[in-house]
Design a protein around this ligand. Structure first.
Ligand code: ADP
Ligand code: MG
Length: 632
């Protein structure tokens, strides 16, 4: 119930508030007795705490006060705050590798020192630099230089041995002196440096050292048959060393040593079974079967009642962790703890990914790309805590606050304020944790669904696939186009165009792949080239949003048939992305669907749909004193 009198003309000041996983949005409006609405101002702020918990109050108050300031109204005049009915739909993310490359006995050194020396391929027996004098003339040797050797002394020792008839074909150094040593050699050979564990390089073994010319990558040691040729391997042995070739791909230099008992395995880690309960059945699927198999099972168990992982397996741990985290955040001090059994996993999105992981048994921190599966799980508890948030907002603002309107329905309602949009229409709300779809039929019936996985998952995939270890940098890679800084005065954009600058660019971005953020170019800390980063970014977006858009629309479409839809409006923070809306439109085009980004109120772009939808639903209600009415 409202606690305020109507204004002198009978108009009432209301604020719609949408608390999302990432963002809290507010929409301030005056509603006249005839139901006409004048929108006065909007605002948004980062959501405080986990969606649907009392910690949201602070963010909600910030957004409300922001909208009031923009609309030039005081808090004392607010009649009612309208909050979204946020079923605690919380998304958790977990990632597990399903392959592991292990090297027992030192068989490989394949790192990328920034400045290897010389170039070409050298194959010979490993000999310590102190033992060069006794090397048999005419027998190719690879010289191993332990730490502490000065580059002048090392070069002199090699030159002396060569003069004495030794055939030194390559060198492996502990220090960072490859170029200095190579420059002093009478007969230049490929030299790999910065090998931290050089003392572990076995002596008296056949080894191959390869250094590619500048700007190129190695050709022989990254090719399984190249390794087979160099080391005279049979097919079984070739299969065994193929992970070595894979781990060395893209390197500028590498060393491979063949040890008699050397063994490289490419082990599949049993991740465990995912147990899906829904649609009256229980389905089991092996997580290492990959995303496609998992999603096919999820589709068959729709609507999902709950999901579990086999106890004692990776997937068991992943899902238990999501559930525990949710139980923790749902706890309120002074109230009984939320039992984990009350928390049901209502949707799962699996995405194939890869994680650069250090090779076990490597000598110089070699990295191999291990296959992994990322799971986004969406949790729903049986307790809604929004009433508590409403009470706290009411107290903080000194105005009534009511819960009105289910998120999905309100989003459609807000989308209808986009010029050119009318019923029937479907919306896709591309948020941070979940992708939501809702359909409003010509008759005014509304169905809505949430599916797990959205913007946060994209950021996480970019972060782990590029091994950035920094969420903020990954968020930048997701949001802004890339460029390569080619000189102090120009960059080449990812579309190939060149931009010149009057002022020199800062030295720390020179020759780097950068993101063009509004604050200026920011380097992406990766060895990968621009094209690689771009491809990976687009793949991450496609695997989350295109998959989820189709999945969510299929669930609201009449008879599950996407073709039955005509118009789709994209909403939410991720609809601001510079390529996601196009990717979704492209994916929907074959179904004959008109798809575009919403422009809520004709001014807000894809933002504020739920908040302004709450206001619109309230205004449409005949007696405007209670909770907002459903869409009609
Ligand atoms: P929610 O409704 O779940 O609170 P939002 O609708 O605010 O979420 O969407 C949050 C997501 O939108 C985040 O993943 C964020 O990275 C993404 N996002 C916000 N602004 C942009 C932008 N300009 N470009 C791309 N993604 C964006
Ligand atoms: Mg939202």
């Amino acid at each position: 119930m409202s606690t305020r009198d109507d204004g002198p003309t009978g108009t009432r000041l209301v604020v719609g508030v949408d608390i999302g996983n990432s963002t809290t949005e507010a929409c301030l409006a005056e509603v006249a007795p005839d139901g006409s609405v004048s929108y006065l101002g909007t605002d948004l702020t980062r959501t405080t705490g986990v969606k649907g918990t009392p910690a949201n109050t602070a963010g909600a108050l910030t957004a409300i006060r922001g909208a009031l300031a923009r609309g030039g109204r005081g808090a004392d005049r607010v009649a009612t705050v309208l909050l979204n009915e946020a079923t605690p739909v919380i998304s958790g993310l977990a990632m597990e590798t399903i392959t592991e490359t292990i090297i027992t006995e030192s068989t490989m050194i394949g790192h990328n020192p920034t400045t290897p020396g010389g170039e070409g391929l050298g194959v010979g027996t490993t000999v310590s630099i102190t033992g060069l004098g006794t090397a048999e003339p005419g027998q190719p040797v690879v010289c191993v230089v332990p730490p502490g050797w000065d580059f002048d002394d090392a070069a002199a020792a090699i030159n002396t041995a060569v003069a004495g008839g030794a055939e030194v074909v390559a060198a492996i150094l502990a220090g960072d002196d490859a170029v200095l040593v190579t420059n002093r050699l009478t007969r230049p050979v490929p030299v790999v440096d910065e090998v931290a564990a050089v003392e572990k390089v076995p002596l008296g073994m056949l080894a191959a050292v390869e250094v590619a010319p500048p700007g190129r990558t190695i050709r022989t040691l990254s090719n399984s048959y190249g390794l087979a040729t160099v080391f005279e391997l049979d097919p079984a042995q070739t299969r065994q060393v193929s992970p070595v070739a894979r781990a060395l791909t893209g390197n500028r230099s590498a060393v491979v040593v063949r040890t008699p008992s050397g063994d490289v395995t490419d082990r599949r880690i049993p991740v465990g079974e995912l147990v899906l309960r829904g649609a009256g059945k229980t389905l089991r699927v092996d997580v290492d079967a990959g995303a496609e198999a998992i999603m096919e099972a999820v589709a068959r168990a729709q609507p999902l009642d709950d999901a579990h992982g086999e106890p004692g397996t990776h997937v068991g741990g992943m899902l238990a962790q999501v559930r525990d985290t949710m139980a923790d955040v749902m706890d309120t001090p002074g109230q009984p703890a939320v039992p984990v059994s009350e928390i049901a996993i209502r949707d799962v999105l699996a995405v194939d990914t890869f994680v650069p992981a250090e090779v076990r048994g490597g000598l110089a921190g070699e990295v191999a790309l291990e296959n992994a599966v990322a799971l986004a799980a969406m949790v729903r508890t049986s307790r809604s805590r929004m009433q508590l948030v409403a009470d706290l907002v009411s107290e903080g603002l000194g105005a009534a606050a009511v819960i009105g309107g289910v998120e999905g329905e309100m989003a459609v309602n807000g989308a209808l304020t986009t010029p050119g949009v009318d019923r029937p229409v479907a919306v896709l709300d591309l948020g941070g944790g979940s992708t939501d779809a809702a359909l409003l039929t010509r008759e005014g019936e509304c169905t809505a669904v949430h599916v797990a996985g959205a913007g946060e998952l994209v950021t996480k995939l970019i972060d782990s696939e590029l091994a950035l270890g920094d969420r903020e940098v990954a968020e930048g890679v997701k949001r802004f186009p890339l460029a390569k800084v080619e000189s102090f005065f120009h960059v080449r954009h990812e579309d190939g165009t060149v931009q010149f600058f009057d002022q020199p660019l800062p030295p720390h971005v020179y020759a780097r792949v950068v993101v063009l953020s509004p604050e200026g170019p920011a380097p992406v800390p990766t060895r990968h080239g621009l094209d690689h980063v771009r491809r990976l970014r687009r793949e991450a977006k496609r695997r989350v949003f295109v998959v989820n858009a189709l999945r969510a629309l299929r669930q609201v479409a009449p008879g599950g048939n996407i073709r039955a839809l005509e118009f789709v409006v994209l909403l939410g923070g991720s609809a601001l992305d510079f390529e996601i809306p196009d990717m979704i439109a492209d994916a929907l085009a074959p179904y004959g669907i008109v798809c575009g980004t919403g422009n809520v109120l004709g001014t807000e772009g894809p933002r504020n749909a739920v908040a302004s939808g709450l206001v619109r639903a309230y205004a449409a209600e005949p007696v405007r004193s209670g909770p907002a009415a459903p869409v009609r």
